[in-house]
Design a protein around this ligand. Structure first.
Ligand SMILES: [Fe+2]
Length: 194
């Protein structure tokens, strides 16, 4: 797992964010979350494109709808239900993790609150061939802003702390829970000291 070829393969699997994150990265769940953030950043660029373009781009809208319907919700559950509780339990108070998680949850909640409006705006344009209204464009921009803030804070604060604090057993548990969420069987694991 630690060999050079393996490292190169892992980097290659992280991809360019233009397609859903490679499920084989679930073996190293923090790498998977990091790759998900790259994916989110790419989709935010697509959302910006939709918000700023003079004419509506149906292909871009379908990309965004697929992402929010099939990937984003699962990513948010990976973090809210699995990563955050693990960090809260494992990190000492001086890490300031509770406040960081609280700020990140606020952005996730804001993004979640905007999701119905984003879905309906894009679906309406796809169905009717009409363009986005100024309010739709503003909503898309706000949504992308919250998603970007969440991933930037997690990349800068949470994931480095997770890499430092979570034990091998924690990471195995995280991997198992994230695989289960996707209907995948757990990896065979060897008992391991923390
Ligand atoms: Fe995230």
């Amino acid at each position: 797992m630690k060999g050079q070829n393996s490292s190169q393969t892992q980097i290659a699997r992280r991809g360019d964010g233009l397609s859903p994150t490679d499920l084989s990265l679930l073996a190293t769940p923090l790498d998977f979350l990091c790759a998900d953030h790259l994916r989110e950043r790419q989709v935010c660029s697509v959302i910006d494109w939709l918000a700023l373009s003079a004419s509506f781009d149906p292909s871009a809208a379908r990309t965004v709808l697929r992402f929010v319907n099939e990937e984003l919700n699962i990513h948010m559950r990976d973090e809210a239900e699995d990563l955050f509780p693990l960090l809260a339990r494992r990190c000492p108070a001086e890490d300031g993790i509770a406040r960081a998680i609280s700020r990140i949850r606020t952005d996730l909640d804001e993004a979640t609150g905007l999701l119905p409006g984003l879905r309906s705006a894009l679906a309406r344009c796809l169905d009717t061939g009409s363009g986005l209204t100024p309010e739709d464009r503003q909503l898309l921009t706000r949504f992308a802003g919250h998603v970007r803030r969440h991933l930037a804070a997690e990349n800068a604060i949470l994931l480095p702390i997770a890499r430092a604090r979570l034990t091998r057993r924690d990471l195995q548990k995280l991997s198992r829970q994230m695989r289960a969420r996707r209907g995948l069987s757990p990896y065979a694991e060897t008992p391991d000291a923390e």
